[in-house]
Design a protein around this ligand. Sequence first.
Ligand code: G6P
Ligand code: ZN
Length: 571
Amino acid sequence: SAPVRASSSSTSPSATVANSQELKIKSVPTQPIEGQKTGTSGLRKKVKEFMRENYLANWIQALFDSLPPEDYKNGVLVLGGDGRYFNKEAAQIIIKIAAGNGVGKILVGRLANGGFIMSASHNPGGPEYDWGIKFNYSSGQPAPESITDKIYGNTLSISEIKVADIPDINLSQLGVTNCGPFSVEVVDPVADYLELLEQVFDFSLIRSLISRSDFRFTFDAMHAVTGAYAKPIFVDKLGASIDSILNGVPLEDFGHGHPDPNLTYAKELVDIMYAEHGPDFGAASDGDGDRNMILGSRFFVTPSDSVAIIAANAEKAIPYFKTGPKGLARSMPTSGALDRVAEKLNLPFYEVPTGWKFFGNLMDAGKLSICGEESFGTGSDHIREKDGIWAVLAWLSVIAFRNKDKKPGEKLVSVSDVVSEHWATYGRNFFSRYDYEASLILCYFECESEGANKMIDYLRDLISKGKTGDVYGDYTLQFADDFTYTDPVDGSVVAKQGVRFVFTDGSRIIFRLSGTGSAGATVRIYIEQFEADASKHDGDAQIALKALIDLALCTSKLKEFTGREQPTVIT
Ligand code: G6P
Ligand code: ZN
């Protein structure tokens, strides 16, 4: 066989056909490879897996076999990535197969808003770690399950890959390379993105805050793609000092880091923000720049609160929303803080399964403007992905708006002030997530995900027997189910999206298996409890939620099923 490799010039095609305009297309025979099913967010595997003969090529060909030809023949597709190890080789494979299938042009930027995205997001990178690919559809949203299911089906029956017989393209220089009817254009993605952001936000308002000497700002790019965006945006446009950017150089292995902006993996930033006399505002984003974490001085804003607070302040502080957001939405496990804002502002509200792809239809239908997930994703309908830099600018807008009339020397309204005031108005939804990550579960089980799967099966059985009024410790069950979502726009239904126990006081315990790992299973437990009494808002979430957490662990028999005593990450 003639496998498709990064440098396919060395392979001998079994058949070569010239098309009318001198682009030679090779037909490379191949065989199905098992396990190429798309997860929550694209196909993610170890780099070594992706380097197997035809592994990536099969998936890309299966993707073209799944799309209506009018969506790509002679059309323009976009290719971008987060700069992780194997992106360079993968880009050449994708370009040649795209050309082989009749795509007219590929636009390449380091991070794209649509098309192919070469990233495993917040997962670690490097030869021993993860790689991933996802395809975003026509208006930029992650491909819906109707497409990803088709791709998976095609990976199981694939027999041929169509590859253009062209040399590797130089992707390091801006400009156009022509190969007959096919061309590749390398563009500067930062310039386009910046132009869009300037239409969304009031940059002079944000600048008035960032350039104050009594406001100290820090952004941690975690050696990932936002390193390329941080200086042009925060420093050059908004007046931040150059040393306010941490880990600003993108690296193929993220400097051996785990580029996930949370309290565990963004430890360097967290230490700085919790030090005495630390900065007033800190933020980080992940491998591909779509996640974000917002911190104040010694203060962590949960992603569930973050989206609620942005939504509550958007109309005043962000020009893009000057006529008010059209609607708000969150993923099912995300806390109900946003629901309360929607209620108060009398806005349409939607609860979708975990996965950004579910927001796209609502946005395209003009029903949704601002949405977020507990997994550090926040965004709006300015694009069809969550957007880490957008979230940072949204927060800076809110803080800047509150301080715009403050004279030098006057005490500024801080991140924690804004959050406390929000809780006083809307009540506080205490929230925490416990993750039991794959690699550690592996140590206890020969079959990597057996324990986790058994636990979910056990919970499904339990909820099938549960009824309203059942007593769980101090809590009374209102209902228990496995979340099913019906898309209000196209009527499509997705089932089994998370086992939830909802109690009569509104408290919730939710269990899911992650869909973004590259191996094994990660158990996620989400715990939430509402508190209206402002005198109790300052407490630590772990203490406020202790009884529910204990209840979750004992109800699920997590320890018995997985052997795990402690979670890997608590957020
Ligand atoms: C990605 C997706 C999000 C999702 C998150 C967690 O970031 O884009 O939409 O919430 O992963 O997914 P998981 O299945 O691992 O809980
Ligand atoms: Zn990401």
